[in-house]
Every structure is written in structure tokens, then in C-alpha cells.
Design a protein around this ligand. Sequence first.
Ligand code: HEC
Length: 103
Amino acid sequence: MLKIIFLLFCLLSLNAGANVLLAKADMAAGKALHEKNCIACHASSYGSDGSAIYTRENRKVNTSKGLIAQVRACNTNLGLKWFEDEELNVAAYLNQTYYKFDH
Ligand code: HEC
């Protein structure tokens, strides 16, 4: 039982940690990076400004930790070579604008 409580605590604190990271990020910088590198492709598959990819019913990202991981994966796959703070800025911008996770 103690083990389970401990594991739950770890999970919770990981997510809280992710949220603290996002709260400290520079969202205006994230918005600019996102506009430059991310919108065109999402818009070509999802129409208009591409934001439907973040708000669709069966979206993939469900926590702020998952959001940071997804932005990191895109950064790596696309070879953008963003630094970690740039990933966090974009994740924070997406969270503030679309996902609105508080966990
Ligand atoms: C070459 C096209 C392309 C580019 C460029 C691109 N994406 Fe994506 N992105 C996709 C596709 C396609 C999906 C949906 C994947 C799926 O449904 O499995 C996606 C999904 C996502 C999701 C998850 C949406 C959800 O379901 O919650 C996030 C977050 C995301 N992209 C962020 C970014 C960011 C940040 C960038 C810029 C660094 C970026 N993407 C650039 C094609 C792209």
C-alpha cells in the first residue's frame, strides 16, 4: 500500500513539476517560434490556422508533462535544434492558448 502511495506521489509531483516549468516560460517567444515552425504543417492537414489539432476530441496530449514531451519530440523529428527553454516556451504557449492544463 505504501508503495502505491509513494508511486502516486511521484506521478503527481512530476506533473506539478511540469506545470511549474510552464508557468515560468516566455509565452510570447513560444508563440513566435510556433508560428514560424509549426503552424503551416498542422494547417495543411487540419485546415484554417491548424489549431484544430490541439482541440480535436481525440487529441493525443493529456497532461502538461505530455505536452512538453510532444513538443520535444517534434523539435527532434524536425531537426529544429531548439534549446530546452525554447521547447518549454512553445509548450507553455500551447498550454495557455489551447490545452489549459493545470496539472
Ligand atoms: C511536417 C508536419 C508537422 C510539423 C512541421 C509539425 N507538426 Fe505537430 N503534428 C503533426 C501531425 C501529423 C500531428 C498528429 C499526429 C497524430 O495524430 O498522431 C501532430 C501533432 C502535434 C501535437 C499533438 C496534438 C494532440 O493531439 O494533442 C502537438 C502538441 C504538436 N504536433 C506540436 C508541434 C510543434 C510544437 C511543432 C513545431 C515545432 C509541430 N508540431 C510541427 C505534423 C507536424
